[in-house]
Design a protein around this ligand. Structure first.
Ligand code: SF4
Length: 389
């Protein structure tokens, strides 16, 4: 698992106390006027020493340099040696601590916009915190202009992004202005879109490729409300989806499968086909063993092999109604072969792994693999494919 945050950093020079948000460069000949905004990433020894004028210096090797003429020079621990030119980082010289905001060579970048949430889901992988984290948006507004315009997709995640209100609209506008060809995917519980005004405000931005992913856990309101631990959430979420579609916004329904949700998957699929046929995508998702999931493991864990009949039926109901369907976060060897056409490699690259049982498997390239956190618990039925499917 790649570390996106680290405090294993060594001071090598004087440092300033201001937060640095910058794009990494490995160009030691960068013109002087551009250096004051750039962070030099040094991977190989430099015979002529460190060039002056850069905003900060991050060293990945052990070469000793004269740092008397520069500020903000630090050596990074091995866990950050994957960093590359054009990545964007937030660096706090005082701590010191470094957060990776964007990785140029990754196709799973997402921006954490708040840790606050109005749900309290049993399986939340990022448990909400009731804190003032308004600095996150401020930092992201600085970072977005530094991100490569060739980025294909950018996620917005929380917490619950809609709690930001006007700030969320500003973020979407900024993404549209600086990254006009980048798809944006927002993960939201959808409840705030029960306000038609918010759905209308998002639509008015006219982002050319914006999708909002909204979880729905049951066709029965009490079950959905129990899973998200919030009374009335089901009604608000459904009204939110309807409002977004009223304003022609793209909506994806996300269903996390666990002990509380698997048995009614076919009924949920019929509910979606009957009432929400116009949504753009339905994703059935495997469980991530992070955050609250570990605390509630006895109420959540079910081996994926045990819910294949319900999952197959749900997918067939939606497919029969010509809906676009994906199965995310699953190991291929646990899936019913009828689900193979819907299986996607969906786990973000920085937390995607394979287990020792996978050794020799000929289908690893087509398998979603595991979240790094699956080491905590995963199926006993992992069986490598010894023949290509
Ligand atoms: S054995 Fe193969 S199919 Fe099963 S989880 Fe490992 S890589 Fe995926």
């Amino acid at each position: 698992m790649l570390k996106l945050y680290s405090r294993k950093i060594e001071h090598l020079s004087r440092w300033t106390s201001e937060i640095v948000i910058g794009r990494l460069t490995d160009n030691i000949n960068l013109p002087f006027p551009l250096r004051s905004e750039a962070i030099l990433l040094v991977k190989q020894p430099l015979c002529d020493g460190l060039p002056t004028g850069f905003r900060a210096y991050l060293l990945l090797d052990n070469t000793e340099y004269d740092t008397s003429q520069i500020n903000n020079c630090f050596r990074l621990n091995e866990e950050l040696h994957y960093l590359n030119a054009e990545d964007v980082v937030r660096f706090d010289p005082k701590q010191p601590a470094l957060s990776v905001i964007y990785r140029r060579h990754s196709n799973s970048n997402s921006l954490l916009v708040t840790e606050r949430c109005n749900n309290y889901c049993l399986m939340c992988s990022q448990p909400p915190k009731d804190i003032d984290d308004g600095y996150l948006v401020k930092d992201l507004l600085t970072a977005i202009p530094l991100i490569s315009r060739e980025t294909k997709e950018m996620g917005i995640t929380g917490g619950e992004p809609t709690l930001l209100g006007e700030d969320l609209l500003t973020l979407i506008r900024t993404l549209k202005n600086y990254l006009p060809e980048t798809s944006v995917h927002i993960l939201s519980n959808g409840r705030k879109f029960a306000s038609e005004q918010l759905a209308c405000q998002v639509a008015q931005i006219k982002h050319s490729d914006l999708m909002i992913g909204i979880p729905l856990y049951s066709d029965i309101s009490n079950i959905h409300d129990y899973v998200v631990q919030a009374d009335g959430a089901f009604d608000e979420t459904i009204r939110g989806i309807l409002n977004l579609k009223r304003y022609k916004q793209k909506v994806e329904i996300r269903v996390v499968i666990h002990k509380q949700t698997y048995s009614r998957l076919p009924e949920l699929a019929r509910f979606i086909a009957r009432n929400l046929l116009f949504v753009d995508h339905v994703a059935f998702m495997g469980l991530e063993m992070m955050g609250f999931t570990r605390y509630n493991i006895d109420d959540l864990w079910i081996d994926p092999t045990e819910y294949q009949p319900e999952l197959v039926e749900a997918v067939e109901v939606l497919a029969h109604n010509k809906m676009v369907i994906s199965v995310y976060n699953h190991q291929l060897c646990l899936l019913d072969p009828r689900l193979y056409p819907y299986n996607r490699k969906s786990i973000s690259d920085w937390k995607n792994e394979y287990m020792p049982e996978c050794k020799g498997c000929l289908e690893e390239d087509h398998c979603g693999g595991f979240f790094s956190s699956a080491i905590f618990k995963y199926s006993d039925n992992i069986t490598p494919f010894l023949i290509k499917q």
